[in-house]
Design a protein around this ligand. Structure first.
Ligand code: F6R
Length: 602
């Protein structure tokens, strides 16, 4: 989604600004732009498409400056176009904005804004108009922001340039902003990854904070424009995250990084020799709860679905799960003996964040399972279980998903441990995931061959039972995200209740089939598909292959798994199939159309 970068320094900082924009590319965007103050005048450049287009424009116009704000836009109000891209420049101010202004139409009326002055279809330009008026009225940029923020419904992070000053003015509500302090510059970004590499310290702005960034000082104010202090943290640049190495795409790199990312995550919380799970210390006592509510969006929600199967089978807890965009608005009863768990790679997903706030209002303890530490979700929750996947750049989540599953697996074992009975078989098996995954990755050609057979089909289905049902959903999500092909995931037993009508000659059905207690039932389901001409592609282990060979058109054999490890291990084949199919089709794997990495709008 949209990204903000701004720098005030002693020297020309265009290079650092462009590099910051590239670092935010992974979030997904469709246009970009920057503005700077030179000789007390604004200069700017905007373009649609890739940041390289903006870079060319900046070079062509020889733009240079030391007070610069920049933006990557992911269209919400108005299509991707130069007019709709940021910054918006008015008489005395330039603005970049992340988030959504819900009451922008009311604001147009209330402030009698002449619609002829609005050159875009965006909610953001309305804010630039109003701020410009407020600047004239207050003659003080901070007071003008304070007044502006009081008028707004919705979420925002703003960065303004104001003529007559040598500062960037920023504020936030519901959308993150981080300030970077350097030796001869200070900066701002919507994501720490967007800050210059030589940043020394960072400050995470809190809700409703306002800040003034100068070359050598940063001042932070609360919503009443009272000066406040915010904690400074050491900045650790995420070296290597921008480099693809020998890989063609970040997604490929991230898929192949999973033996390490899963192992890092597991070893962080479990001691193999002592057969003990060590979650970070907390005063949360799992025995105090009767219910667990797990909330997330998209891929992260699929990890919650898997956790529900595990928790129900392995603990006495009642488990409810929901997608955040629904749960937020549901009038569900939340008992005092509930534990609220949210799962998020980015830690910024707006709907998930709002559910966390709902839990807080109900005063139940909260845990977040997040990949980006210091994200809004991690900072708001009572307790954090980090997934150690490292920065995930590809828009389609891969390694973050398997790390979420790994943390959730340990979370379940930890509850068992507290209850005095950890499942030793499952505990031991999590240390073998690494080898199984390496074996799958070594045989990646198997998935290339399967992907090739899918290139000309109009529809594809994934089916599975039990813990393979969420993985079937995840397989379908991954495939449609990066190949734009129609793909559905179903619980295999559900086919006959409707979807079977879509099965015709040669429609591929990918069956996720570990040889477990569901296997025979699954065989019946594939016969139903076969009888209607469907093409069966089965992913199974040796035992499963023996039993199912005669019903399948293609079989890929992977290592034996169990109820606990199969969701993690079967995630690899579904990711590889989606990835190689996207390569055959030639789509933009790392930045698929219409999608964003960090979904900060509702
Ligand atoms: C799919 C994908 C999305 C995210 C979802 C939640 O590949 O990445 O479905 O899982 O947008 O994002 P986070 O985990 O950042 O809250």
């Amino acid at each position: 989604m949209c990204g903000i970068v701004g720098i005030v320094g002693r020297k020309n900082c265009i290079k650092e600004i462009i590099s910051g924009l590239y670092a935010l590319e992974y979030r997904g965007y469709d246009s970009s732009g920057l503005a700077l103050i030179k000789n007390n005048k604004f200069e700017f450049s905007k373009n649609i498409g890739k940041i390289s287009n903006l870079e060319k424009g900046v070079k062509k116009n020889k733009l240079s400056g030391n007070i610069v704000i920049a933006h990557t836009r992911w269209a919400t109000h108005g299509r991707p176009s130069i007019n709709n891209s940021h910054p918006f420049i008015k008489q005395n101010c330039a603005l970049v904005h992340n988030g959504i202004i819900e009451n922008y139409e009311d604001l147009i009326k209330y402030h009698s804004i002449n619609k002829k002055n609005l050159k875009s279809d965006t909610d953001s330009e309305v804010i630039a108009e109003i701020y410009n008026k407020l600047l004239n009225h207050f003659n003080n940029p901070i007071e003008a922001i304070k007044s502006l923020n009081k008028k707004i419904l919705g979420s925002f992070s703003f960065a303004f340039l104001v003529l007559g000053t040598k500062s960037i003015y920023v504020s936030r509500r519901g959308s993150p902003l981080v300030l970077g302090l350097g030796d001869d510059f200070n900066s701002v970004s919507s994501d720490a990854l967007g800050l210059p590499d030589n940043t020394k310290e960072i400050i995470y702005l809190e809700e409703n904070d306002i800040a003034q960034i100068n070359e050598s000082t940063i001042s932070v104010f609360d919503h009443n424009s009272k000066s406040i202090k915010r904690e400074r943290h050491k900045f650790i640049p995420k070296k290597g995250f921008k480099i693809k190495g020998n890989y063609k795409h970040f997604m490929e790199k991230e898929i192949f990084h999973q033996p390490i990312s899963i192992e890092d995550t597991i070893l962080n919380f479990a001691d193999k020799k002592r057969k003990t799970v060590y979650l970070p210390k907390t005063n949360i006592k799992f025995n105090d709860f009767s219910n667990i509510i797990l909330i997330a969006c998209g891929t992260a929600y699929h990890s919650c679905m898997v956790a529900k199967y595990w928790l129900e089978a392995m603990t006495n807890l009642n488990v409810s799960i929901d997608i955040a965009s629904e749960y937020r608005y549901r009038k569900s009863k939340i008992s005092k003996r509930s534990l609220g768990v949210v799962v998020s790679q980015s830690g910024e997903t707006m709907d998930t964040l709002k559910c966390l706030k709902k839990f807080k209002q109900k005063k139940i303890p909260t845990i977040s399972i997040v990949n980006v530490l210091n994200s809004s979700i991690s900072r708001l929750s009572d307790f954090i279980l980090p997934t150690l996947a490292g920065p995930e750049i590809g828009v389609a989540s891969t390694k973050a998903f398997t790390s979420q599953l790994s943390v959730l697996a340990l979370f379940v074992l930890n509850i068992q441990q507290e209850n005095g009975a950890i499942n030793k078989l499952y505990f031991n098996s999590i240390f073998k995931i690494h080898d199984s995954i390496n074996k799958i990755l070594k045989k990646n050609d198997d998935y290339k061959k399967i992907a090739q057979t899918l290139a000309d089909t109009k529809s594809i289905f994934y089916i599975g039972r039990g813990v393979m049902y969420p993985i079937a959903l995840e397989g379908a999500l991954k495939l449609k995200e990066i190949t734009y092909k129609h793909c559905e995931g179903y619980a295999a037993g559900e086919l006959k209740h409707g979807p079977l009508a879509l099965i015709e000659k040669n429609i591929p059905v990918i069956v996720l089939a570990p040889s477990d207690e569901n296997f025979l039932k699954l065989l019946s389901n594939i016969q139903e598909v076969k009888a209607r001409g469907g093409r069966i592609i089965m992913i199974t282990d040796k035992d499963g292959a023996k039993k199912a060979k005669k019903f399948c058109d293609h079989i890929i054999i992977i290592p034996k798994t169990n109820f606990f490890t199969s969701p993690i291990i079967y995630s690899l084949p579904i990711q590889l199939i989606a990835y190689y199919l996207a390569i055959f089709i030639g789509t933009d794997v790392d930045q698929p159309r219409n999608l964003a990495k960090s979904v900060t709008v509702e």
